[in-house]
Design a protein around this ligand. Structure first.
Ligand code: COI
Length: 355
């Protein structure tokens, strides 16, 4: 993959790195940030002053529209280091396209591709030491845009700030995930913002997810808002179901995020002639398949979650156990995906992008 970058970004470097203050063996996902960050403002109809500067606080008006109307979207990407110290991104063009798709839905102006790529190159280059080698280690990249115009009138902002932060991470979920199928709350509805990585989509899940956590589940698998009959996504990841040897996942729509890991898993499955069906999946089908022993696996797929096997799912207060995942599709796809990401295997789809 190759993209043109601009040469527009000014850089203010840190005086002293904070890298020695970070315990890379005991990271909490998204808690530590690297030395530098990128920011660019949208003023008078143009993106201006693209700058990389030391990571640190911002000065923003308390009346900025982001605080009142949640006009904000984000992305999740990762940088991976191979055994020779080369650093790669995974399908970054997809993240750029998706942040602009999310932005459009939230009435936010699109961000130029050349500045996006130049920012990634320069930022990662400066903070290259923050990308640790070894499978599982990565530098999580958080591009986001927020509405910065001062004023509480309920209308789109005319000023925005686009930023990129870098956070060293290990696994998002340690071990298998226990999920509960949503019966009361919903993540998204037809015509809503479910397909956008809008900040509020995630905030809205915290309360029902807390209720699920109190009962011992890490995640909720959301169902359609109309009838709670169809399985959709898990909020931090898309979800795959394996019945016999066929892989099923909900089709993308205006309710479901068009996950980059999701589409990569589908491509990997198709390459190996594994049957994949993207179609609405009834909760009752999965319950029935679990009862008759044909449900072999459930796993989540996402940038942060990578491939996360589900060990049990709960529906209407009944817990269904999944068979052990060893040797299953989730193990296979996780290996194939991470081998591409860490430059261990060939890259037949051209997904790797060196920075
Ligand atoms: C990602 O996988 O990048 C996500 O968006 C999940 C995030 C909310 C932690």
């Amino acid at each position: 993959m190759n993209f043109t970058t601009s040469d527009k970004i000014s850089v203010q470097k840190i005086e002293k790195s904070r890298i020695n203050e970070v315990d890379f063996d005991n990271l909490t996902f998204g808690k530590d940030f690297s030395d530098h960050m990128f920011e660019c403002d949208y003023i008078n109809g143009e993106w201006v002053h693209p700058t990389i500067r030391p990571y640190g606080p911002l000065t923003i008006s308390p009346a900025a529209k982001v605080f009142h109307y949640g006009q904000a979207v984000f992305e999740g990407m990762k940088a991976y280091k191979d055994a020779n110290g080369k650093v790669f991104l995974f399908r970054p063009d997809q993240n750029h396209a998706r942040i602009n798709k999310s932005a459009k839905r939230m009435a936010i102006p699109e961000f130029p591709k050349d500045i996006f790529f130049e920012a990634l190159h320069k930022l990662i280059d400066l903070d290259r030491d923050w990308v640790k080698p070894g499978n599982g280690n990565s530098l999580y990249i958080r591009p986001f845009v927020m509405a910065t115009q001062e004023g509480v009138s309920a209308s789109p902002s005319d000023q925005y700030k686009f930023m990129i932060l870098l956070s060293p991470v290990n696994a998002y979920y340690t071990g298998d995930v226990k999920v509960v199928v949503a019966e009361e709350y919903s993540r998204s509805a037809n015509g809503g913002v479910g397909a956008a990585k809008a900040a509020g989509n995630y905030g809205a899940q915290f309360y029902p997810t807390n209720l699920a956590r109190e009962k011992g589940f890490q995640q909720v698998i959301w169902t359609d808002a109309n009838e709670h009959k169809y399985l959709e996504e898990a909020g931090t990841m898309n979800v795959f179901f394996r019945i016999n040897d066929t892989l099923y996942t909900a089709p993308t729509s205006d309710r479901i995020l068009d996950g980059i890991t999701r589409k990569s898993v589908i491509a990997l499955a198709k390459k190996d002639n594994i049957p994949v069906e993207e179609r609405p999946i009834l909760v009752s089908e999965i319950v029935e398949a679990s009862k008759n022993g044909t449900l072999k696996e459930i796993f989540g797929a996402g940038t942060a979650a990578v491939i996360s096997p589900v060990s049990t799912f709960n529906y209407k207060d009944v817990t269904y156990e999944l068979p052990p995942t060893a040797g299953g599709y989730s193990t296979k796809f996780k290996k194939e995906l991470t081998d591409i990401q860490y430059n261990i295997s060939e890259d037949p789809f051209g997904w790797r992008y060196e920075v």
